[in-house]
Unconditional design. Structure first.
Length: 480
């Protein structure tokens, strides 16, 4: 429903659909209305109320979009958003506090600190796979930091988009908050405007479009992107434990998770043990006929269904492989004998398909990983902590899980974000607040004691120079 106006959504107009809204929010920001802690807290509390009052509506919307089970909706969307709201409310005053910094002898009588101030008008663009979480978690940070916000949810998760467009604005102050309904066309119209910060979650392809548009105004960006997340499984492992953990994270949300393990790297010997273990796990999780399991969702759209069905012909199907277009169903699948050059190894899978590639050693696995773009997440399984640490030490990624999948996503204390092609910037918890705040270095001096400043003024002399060098140097600092 691109560009369609929902209740509380931004008004459409032929020439410049977002001009008025951008202007309105900018004007609100200039009044200083969003800066006081009380105002920020009121918006956060309202966001919390939105989550509580509309829990069932949201679960239904997520079921409509992704056939997401109530358990997965609660765990990965509603609870995580609520936790972020609660943490921000509890921590707002301490996050907002000026942060004192060390001084040198020359500034000893002054006050030196970092002030976290809001950027101004922030644009948040979100994807469809966790359509609530990936829209509201950044929103918590933006509101806590005192910004005005324009929010563009994904047009593909239509059920959730409708709730966010029609219901959420009823809770938040509309003089400083607006939701834009629409797809790429509307996003590009939005991006023509100057924002003070852009927070984008989505594909690397669109990330480049967003960054190019932001560059025109020199607007800072956070890009939360995707990619292929490797999962190394060492020979020294209990295959059933690995199978349980990997299968849960791979098939959670029907594999449509940016941090899901995208492919396994292991020896042929481990593969032989892992495939039956995965089969047993999949049957235990989803029954003999996963299609009828209430815990397995569906592929978001026809386009993604066709793309995924195409990937099923890579290598050989060891488990699953069934699909049904009428229902956008793809069975939890494991592929073996997969070559590096096959389609399933060329793109982020983003569906319930798990290819296994064989490597002969840890060195070969590390080399394989390091020859590719830096992933959003990387996983290593081994009974040996040394092996896990070696993978950690010799590779790079946005996040890392040792003998674990993406449970770190439940920790607001952990920064979340990509590196290289998987993105830039960090958020969650205080990291979100810091992302949406300008860290302003401030030095406040008293207006008296002018005589003390003589040493820095011309006419310069050797004596001044030496004194200044000493006063600014490390030796003087150790005296303080
Ligand atoms: P997408 O890039 O197609 O779309 C994301 C957003 O950008 C949507 O709101 C969409 O309307 C908008 N958009 C699409 N085309 C556009 C264009 N040409 N110009 C401007 N805006 C445009 O991504 P998606 O399909 O919604 O989500 C899947 C991707 O997102 C995957 O690559 C996945 O890894 C990534 N992702 C990353 C994270 C993360 O936290 N790093 C989380 C979820 C998804």
């Amino acid at each position: 429903m691109a560009g369609k106006e929902g209740k509380g959504a931004v008004k459409d107009s032929r020439i410049n659909p977002f001009e008025d809204t951008v202007q309105r929010l900018r004007e609100t920001f200039r009044t200083g209305r969003t800066r006081p802690a009380e105002f920020r807290a009121a918006q956060l509390r309202a966001l919390g109320r939105f989550l509580q009052d509309n829990k069932q509506l949201l679960q239904e919307a997520l079921a409509q979009d992704l056939k997401k089970s109530a358990f997965e909706s609660d765990l990965s969307e509603i609870i995580l958003c609520q936790n972020e709201v609660d943490l921000a409310l509890r921590s707002l005053h301490s996050w907002m506090k000026d942060e004192p910094v060390a001084r040198n002898l020359l500034t000893q009588l002054d006050s030196a600190f970092i002030r976290k101030e809001p950027f101004g008008l922030v644009l948040i663009i979100a994807p469809w796979n966790y359509p609530l979480n990936l829209t509201l978690v950044p929103l918590v940070g933006a509101l806590a930091a005192g910004n005005c916000v324009m929010l563009k949810p994904s047009e593909i998760s239509q059920g959730t988009e409708k709730v966010l467009t029609e219901v959420l604005p009823q809770y938040l102050d509309q003089s400083c908050f607006a939701v834009v309904q629409g797809g790429p066309k509307e996003a590009q119209q939005l991006l023509q405007h100057k924002f003070d910060y852009i927070f984008f979650t989505g594909s690397p392809r669109v990330g480049k479009i967003v960054m190019t548009a932001a560059a025109k105004h020199l607007t800072p960006v956070t890009l939360e992107l995707g990619g292929k997340n490797p999962c190394y499984v060492d020979d020294n492992c209990d295959p059933q434990t690995v199978a349980n953990r990997v299968a849960w994270f791979r098939y959670f949300n029907t594999g449509q998770t940016c941090v899901a393990p995208d492919y396994i790297l292991c020896s042929p010997m481990m593969q032989e043990k892992l495939v039956p273990a995965l089969q047993s796990t999949i049957t235990r999780f989803y029954g003999e006929d996963p299609r009828s399991s209430p815990d397995l969702g569906r592929i978001i759209s026809e386009k993604h269904f066709q793309r995924l069905r195409g990937l099923l012909s890579s290598g050989r199907v060891a488990i699953g492989g069934q699909s049904d277009e009428s229902d956008r169903y793809i069975a939890p699948t494991v592929l073996v004998d997969v070559a590096e050059t096959e389609p399933v190894m060329q793109e982020e899978i983003f569906g319930p398909i798990l290819p296994i590639m064989n490597v002969r050693s840890l060195d070969e696995a590390v080399d394989f990983i390091n020859r590719r773009e830096k992933p959003l997440a990387l996983y290593a399984f081994s009974r040996s902590q040394q092996v896990v640490n070696q993978v950690l030490d010799r590779t790079s990624s946005g996040s890392f899980g040792g003998n674990e999948g993406f449970m770190y996503m439940t920790l607001s204390s952990m920064p979340f974000g990509g590196v290289g092609l998987s993105g830039m910037g960090r958020y969650h918890g205080k990291f979100s607040f810091d992302t949406f705040s300008n860290h302003r270095g401030c030095l406040l001096s008293c207006s008296g004691l002018e005589k003390l400043n003589d040493i820095r003024y011309p006419p310069y002399s050797d004596w001044n120079k030496q004194l200044i060098r000493w006063v600014l140097g490390p030796k003087s600092c150790t005296l303080l």
